[in-house]
Design a protein around this ligand. Sequence first.
Ligand code: GDP
Ligand code: MG
Length: 173
Amino acid sequence: NSTTTDSKDLRAKLVLLGDSGVGKSCIVLRFVRGQFDPTSKVTVGASFLSQTLALEDSTIVKFEIWDTAGQERYAALAPLYYRGAAAAVVVYDITSPDSFSKAQYWVKELQKHGSPDIIMVLVGNKADLHENRHVSSQEAQEYAEKNNMIFIETSAKTADNINQVFEVCPPSI
Ligand code: GDP
Ligand code: MG
């Protein structure tokens, strides 16, 4: 019965925010196509992709993914992308303290202007570069807890934890 099936299916708008170069586009590319492109092009404005994910309870979630550009000149456009979003994935690079500060800026912005029930995920990407780590997992975990966020470290390069980021995003039914 297709009606029953349809009623179990979810749509979720998801936005990625974070400094330029932290790996947002690579995370999306890894999730959507299972690929990693080391010569990833800088995102201009924002790009849109959709991808479905089957959850453990067999619910199908259709993600509408907005991958934004991190550049300052696009910051004013960000509300267009996080408005109505079920989830916001705020990404930093574990080798860059600056990108962690920028992530905190986005968290504050979402707390001020985002939907009050938005699911926020803090993602420390480039976990494969652990020899060059400059943001500790503990510091990020504590920050995430204080701000009601889920914290995950990922690597778009090795695919580590990439699916997990999206699995925690669907709003509970
Ligand atoms: P964006 O500006 O946040 O969209 O960042 P990109 O996805 O364009 O990635 C910026 C750069 O970081 C590119 O050179 C990627 O190859 C590199 N990169 C992205 N994710 C990873 C990762 O998990 N590990 C490593 N080592 N490099 C990554
Ligand atoms: Mg990009």
